[in-house]
Design a binder for this molecule. Sequence first.
Ligand code: MN
Length: 342
Amino acid sequence: MKTLSLSSVILLATALFFQVLNVVAQGDPYSLPKLPYAYNALEPAIDAQTMEIHYSKHHAAYVKNLNAALKSGKYSDWTFDELMLYAGEIDEAIRNNGGGHYNHTLFWNILGQGKPFNPSSEVGKAVVTTFGSYDSLTTLLSKAGASRFGSGWAWLIVTPERKLAVCSTPNQDNPIMDVAPCRGIPVLGIDVWEHAYYLKYQNKRGDYLSALLSVINWEAVNLNYTEALKSQLLVTLERETWTGLQDYHVVMSQTFHPAEEGDLKPIKARSGEMVEKALALRNGSIPASFNTPEIKKAIDDLVTGSEEVDKLVQKKASDKAITDRLTKLHDTFHIIQGLCRH
Ligand code: MN
């Protein structure tokens, strides 16, 4: 047997070391989660072949394409929550495949046999309080799924007001996204893409929906519900759907950032609008998690500060005086909004 020379062993070891390093350095940020049951676990409601293709082909492709789309680097430092929350700002490929990854991960998670609806669980009590009964909920979910034109999802979500709601979104969007017609954290999602049912149910989406609703793992839904209620993401959604704050934010970012660069035209043109938005913010209702003395004081300071900036603009004060006051106002704003993203 031919033995390896010392130098070739070193060469081989070095090559191997760099290969390992390479894998670590280029490791994909997202991976296909393990399916928590066998492909045939949901038979006869969902057949094994549909499950296998859905999971190992469709979901796998979303993960692969998401990783590929993130390779451009532009959004690689964004958290997954940020990719979802601000989906309207990012590349369509990341929105679609990121949504596909999130939605399917949730979908596998909330399916399973033998875990029926329990009216005395936390989510069970909330369902009865909100919709009257389990049957009313399933009617709403079936309607949401059946009336979604083309591909999309039907959802049971926790809203920023901490209530349950049913709604639907197109394509691979979901209610975490800023582009969604309804906002909240999904606790149950129903895939109404044809790839989810066509092999067994063909065009009969209604039959698929009733079968699917019989294999919901309500223990998992209950866990999703209790987790969502205490999540930081829900607080973020409260802030992102706080219209008064976001309206003020638009004027602030479109005037302060140019002023930082020495361009005072925007603030000189819009200081009056800034006062209006600050007043609207103060007069509107404050989301529960933000209803604190500290935030209320910051909102009062925002009104006072916006009025001061407006007065400086009106009396044609120096650019420096306006910029200094606006900078202070921007700091006050971020007591409420949190730090600027990116
Ligand atoms: Mn699907």
